[in-house]
Structures are given as C-alpha cells and as structure tokens.
Design a protein around this ligand. Structure first.
Ligand code: CIZ
Ligand code: SF4
Length: 303
C-alpha cells in the first residue's frame, strides 16, 4: 500500500513533537508542509525561539548548523546528509587563519553561508540582507569578508570608505547567469523589473533594477505596482512569490537557476528524517560557542 507522505509526515511530526523549517530555495512541496519558510537567518531564529525540541531543517548543512549553534539543547535534523553549500565549503578554517595572521588588525565578517569552523574564527556573521549595515557598524576600517566575493564586492561598492579584503568564493548557481540574459528579458518583456541577488556577478548586478536577499526580493515584487518580473536567484523563491502574487508574471533567466543541493530534499526525505531521526547535526562545543559569539554579534550590530 502506498502511504500518503504528507499525512505521515504530519503524524510523525506530532509524535516526535517536531517543527519543520524550509528555506525559500526548497522544492514547493517541501515548503508547503513546513511550519515556517524563510531565509537562513529567519529560520535559525524560529529554531531558537520555538518550543519544539526537534527541528527538521530542510535546506543545506550550514543552515542546520546555524540553528544548532543557536540552540545546542535541541535536536536539529538535516534530512539529506550530503546537502551542502559549495560556496560555504570554499572557505576553510586553515586558510582563514592564514589571512587573519596576515591582517591582524582586520575584523573578520563571515557570510552565514559558511561552515561552523569558519564562523568560529570570525568576529561577526552577516546575511545578504544585513551585511552592509553590520560592516558600517564596525568601527575598524579593515575588514576581511568571506566567503562570497560577489557579495563582498557589492558591500565594497556601498561602503567605499572601508578597506574590504575579499575571499575568492562564489555561488555556482548565481555564477551561471549572464548579463545578456537580463538584456534579452528587457527586450522581450516591455516594462519588466529585474530583481537579483547580490551573489550574482558584477555584470549581472549592474543590469538589475533591484538587489537584495531572498526575503527582500519577495517584498520587492509584492510591493511593486508592475506586473512582470525577472527573478535572478535560485528559483525555489518563485513559489512564495507566486503564493503572494498570483496575478504577477514571473520570469527566470536563461535555462533557469537551480541549486542542486537545495533540490536534494524531497518529501520522502522529510518523512525518513522524522522516522529515523536523521541526520542529527553535532558540533564540537568549543567551535559551537565561538560560532555562537559571531552569530550573537550579528544580532548586536544588525540592530
Ligand atoms: O541567507 C539565506 O537564506 C540565503 C542563502 C539567501 C538569502 O538571500 O536569503
Ligand atoms: Fe550555496 Fe548557492 Fe546553493 Fe545557496 S544557492 S546553497 S549559496 S550553492
């Protein structure tokens, strides 16, 4: 007999007293069974504040890790063990330490898309929505930013008075977009507004009407009086934009933008995760505490 996955997930969720969180880049059907959908920062806050002791985090590893860093007493489950973020893995603790030693006076700002070990070496974390504000609030002028060079360059443009030393990482999904695809969309769809993520390359950012995080892109489309939008970020975000704006026309660049890691999680994985309580995020306590300080500092400086 074929089981009804949705019903079984809801039953198990109740049984295990769990909460299901899904990132905006997850598959639509996974977003639909989640108790909360959002960006990594919002979801880690929900994870910290919720009463449930078991959190099924549908996203990639650094997101589940961030939830565990903030809530060590809870069980944080990542349904697919190898759902990682290649960008996060481009910065290794050893290399970060070498750069820190080279610039002993610099403050290290690390994008939330990073491993717990790298967060532990940073002074403060940030997201794409609060990075500029956080760096403005740091009194030191020398900043090491990692791992995303595109978000780093974007920040540097906004705060030219700071000396921002940028790590050479990037998101493989956002890197694939070409500026010609934005130009083509403008020609094909008169009056289209283009919203892009700052993880895109400079040539793409320069052709956008709006740059922002996933949550900011959703708000931009929702509050805009126009009717046509090109969404230049991982296309999972279209699911929430459509739910909020059923009458607006949404387009994606070229062949679409999918993050294979974000798409590894199916409903069946959520079911198995709850059934077997897999895969539990475990962190070294010393690393967790140091990483916690960087995330706590993000709250402080992001206020
Ligand atoms: O921080 C996040 O959730 C990511 C990866 C993207 C964004 O802009 O929200
Ligand atoms: Fe990482 Fe890019 Fe995928 Fe986000 S979209 S999880 S930055 S690879």
């Amino acid at each position: 007999m074929k089981i009804n996955l949705k019903d079984e997930i809801l039953r198990l969720k109740k049984d295990k007293q769990a909460i299901i969180l899904a990132h905006y880049y997850q598959r639509g059907e996974v977003q639909d069974i989640a108790d909360a959908v959002g960006d990594s920062y919002y979801l880690s806050k929900v994870a910290k504040e919720c009463d449930e002791k078991v959190i099924v985090f549908c996203g990639v590893k650094f997101m589940a890790e961030s939830a565990k860093i903030l809530s060590p007493e809870k069980t944080v489950l990542l349904p697919v063990m190898d759902a990682g973020c290649p960008m996060a893995e481009m910065a290794d603790a050893e290399g970060v330490q070498v750069l820190k030693d080279k610039h002993p006076n610099a403050k290290v700002v690390c994008y939330i898309n990073s491993t717990a070990e790298v967060k532990a070496l940073a002074d403060v974390c940030c997201t794409s929505s609060n990075a500029v504000k956080i760096i403005k609030n740091i009194k030191e002028d020398e900043i090491i930013f990692l791992p995303d060079k595109n978000l780093g360059e974007y920040i540097k443009q906004q705060i030219p008075e700071k000396n921002v030393i940028i790590w050479d990482g990037f998101c493989i999904t956002h890197k694939l977009v070409k500026p010609e695809e934005l130009v083509k969309a403008r020609k094909l769809h008169e009056g289209i507004a283009i919203a892009a993520h700052p993880e895109c390359e400079k040539s793409v950012r320069e052709n956008a009407d709006f740059l922002g995080s996933t949550g900011q892109i959703i708000d931009y489309v929702t509050n805009h009086s126009g009717n046509k939008f090109l969404i230049v970020t991982e296309e999972g975000v279209l699911h929430q934009i459509r739910l909020k704006n059923p009458d607006k026309k949404l387009y994606v660049p070229g062949g679409g933008m999918t993050c294979t890691n974000m798409k590894k999680t199916y409903l069946e994985d959520v079911y198995n995760s709850l059934l077997h309580m897999e895969y539990s995020i475990e962190l070294d306590e010393d690393i967790r505490q140091k990483a916690y300080n960087s995330l706590a500092m993000m709250h402080e400086l992001g206020r």
